[in-house]
Design a binder for this molecule. Structure first.
Ligand SMILES: Cc1cc2nc3c(=O)[nH]c(=O)nc-3n(C[C@H](O)[C@H](O)[C@H](O)COP(=O)(O)O)c2cc1C
Length: 198
């Protein structure tokens, strides 16, 4: 597959369809190295890749359920149990986050977060190029203080996604994608009025 073919053939794979084997060892490192090719203002290298697999997925499930319960004391045990099981859907999860440098003179926080997001995109494409499947998931708990703390992140850090990875058990559904022309326009120099808020 050439590079364009790789980019154009990637579809996210639902986590429940991701099975063993997941990438590991040198192959996993190669996949993560592509994240380090993300554009990176001021060379801060804000990307971080936290690998979660095996028994640690159970622990992540506990943390997510605890956070849910802390946020809503009336939540049912059934919903907590369902949350607890979510990380077990696939063999490997990489929590990709931005280790944010606050008040940087050149690279505002949003740019550092974009860099970590671009790293995540390279990684999901590299995994696809090697025959694996993946999906970026967050949900509101990715930005929860209890979850971030338990994973060792500082308050300032931003989780980009939990990237679920594995081998697809079936071909993922291709979603309809509108033609790119829908999103393209050209600015020819005319000064536009700012859009009204809302
Ligand atoms: C940062 C990020 C977080 C996401 N979180 C979720 C999520 O929590 N739940 C979900 O159903 N999709 C989530 N998505 C969307 C899926 O990852 C995926 O992009 C979507 O299902 C469309 O599939 P596609 O990538 O094949 O176009 C997220 C995407 C991004 C970029």
């Amino acid at each position: 597959m050439d590079a364009i073919e790789t980019l154009m053939s990637r579809n996210s794979v639902p986590a429940r369809l991701l099975r063993e084997p997941a990438p590991e060892g040198r192959e996993l490192e190669e996949i993560l190295e592509t994240g380090m090719r993300a554009p990176d203002h001021a060379a801060l290298r804000p990307w971080r890749f936290l690998i979660i697999r095996g028994e640690a997925r159970n622990k992540l499930g506990d943390i997510l359920a605890d956070a849910m319960a802390l946020n809503d004391a009336t939540i049912s045990e059934e919903r907590l149990e369902s949350q607890r099981k979510k990380p077990l859907r696939s063999p490997l999860i990489i929590a990709i986050y931005a280790d944010v440098t606050e008040n940087h003179p050149k690279a505002p926080e949003i740019e550092q977060i974009i860099t970590a997001g671009a790293a995540a995109q390279n990684i999901i494409n590299a995994a696809h190029a090697k025959g694996y499947g993946g999906i970026m998931l967050t949900g509101p708990l990715a930005h929860d203080a209890h979850v971030k703390g338990a994973l060792g992140l500082a308050k300032k850090d931003q989780i980009i996604c939990f990237l679920y990875l594995g081998t697809p058990s079936e071909e993922p559904r291709t979603k309809p994608r509108p033609p790119v022309t829908y999103f393209i326009s050209e600015w020819t120099g005319d000064i536009r009025k700012a859009k009204a808020a809302g």
